[in-house]
Design a protein around this ligand. Structure first.
Ligand code: ZN
Length: 310
């Protein structure tokens, strides 16, 4: 399996267009030892001519254009992008679907609740039905299911399996109360598990609290991406003078008692990568003590263009 990081920042990217925090300002001034980052986006392939996306970021068009593997073959109108797995209905996770509307047949995988939110409340996503065949929406659940067959062999069996782990997040605040009251709490935000034979890829860019199941999965995966959004619980309040804590908006901070670094064990079978990093997070500064602390604890920090072979 080939895995590519097309984007590694939280919503807004790094630097963020309207943010003058010390990280964003120093990056603009060229005085920060660190990299600019687009909004979180992963792509993986099990056969190199068919690719699947983990979420669909608001930067997706530029990210696809910057990735030669995702270009259609010369003379063809068929994209190597075969499908998208959605971990939540957050704008960061789904806005890029609207970049995929030029009539490419797509498979979209999500919990039933996320599908309902996007198709019932957000009628503009029906633009994806213009493709022939129309976008196919498929459920994801905790039970592993076989991935779709390759375009070159529609009757064949996909070599990979997928499933999800509930992460106890909240529904986005744009979802109406009327709909929210009908949706299952454990379908709001999930971690995505992709398995190819014995190899496991786990993706959880938004972890509200660490469940035992999530920790076990992270430990047993060959490659896992976890929520690296904030260092401090009150990071946004420090940067903007008001707002909510990291925990209140569904992100376990990296530092502090009960933080992600403390909760997620250092022993793990595979590579541990922090992703979805907010522009205020001090780990973006490669000269910072926080950056060093994360690296010393055995974590890697995702950056755009990272690549992995499992
Ligand atoms: Zn900033």
């Amino acid at each position: 399996m080939l895995v590519k990081v097309l984007g590694s920042a939280a919503g807004g990217g790094f630097p963020q267009w309207n943010c003058g925090c010390s990280n964003c300002s120093a990056l603009r001034a060229g005085t920060l030892r660190g990299r600019a980052r687009t909004q979180t986006q992963i792509a993986f392939s099990v056969n190199s001519n068919q690719w699947f996306l983990l979420n669909a970021s608001p930067d997706l068009r530029a990210q696809i254009l910057a990735t030669p593997e995702l270009a259609p073959a010369e003379g063809s109108r068929r994209s190597p992008v075969a499908g998208v797995f959605l971990s939540s209905a957050d704008v960061d996770s789904v806005a890029g679907l609207l970049h995929l509307r030029e009539s490419t047949p797509l498979c979209i995988f999500s919990t039933p609740a996320v599908q309902r939110i996007l198709r019932e409340e957000n009628s503009m996503f029906r633009v994806l039905d213009r493709a022939t065949p129309a976008a196919q929406w498929r459920g994801i659940s905790t039970l592993p299911q076989n991935g779709p067959a390759a375009a070159s062999d529609p009757s064949g069996e996909s070599p990979f399996r997928y499933s999800s782990v509930p992460l106890r997040g909240n529904y986005p605040d744009y979802v109406s109360w009327a709909l929210r009251s009908k949706l299952a709490a454990d379908e709001a935000s999930v971690g995505l598990l992709i398995e190819l034979g014995e190899k496991r890829l786990f993706f959880a860019p938004s972890v509200a609290s660490g469940s035992e199941e999530c920790k076990k999965l992270a430990e047993s995966s060959d490659l896992f991406f976890l929520d690296g959004t904030f260092w401090h619980d009150d990071e946004l309040i420090r940067a903007t003078g008001s707002g909510k804590t990291a925990r209140e908006i569904g992100h376990l901070p990296l530092s502090g008692a009960g933080g992600l670094l403390e909760q997620f064990p250092e022993r793990a079978r595979g590579r541990r990568i922090l992703i979805h990093i907010n522009n205020t997070n001090p780990i973006l500064d490669e000269d910072s003590a926080e950056h060093r602390a994360v690296r010393d604890a055995g974590w890697e920090i995702a950056h755009d263009g990272m690549e992995f072979t499992l």
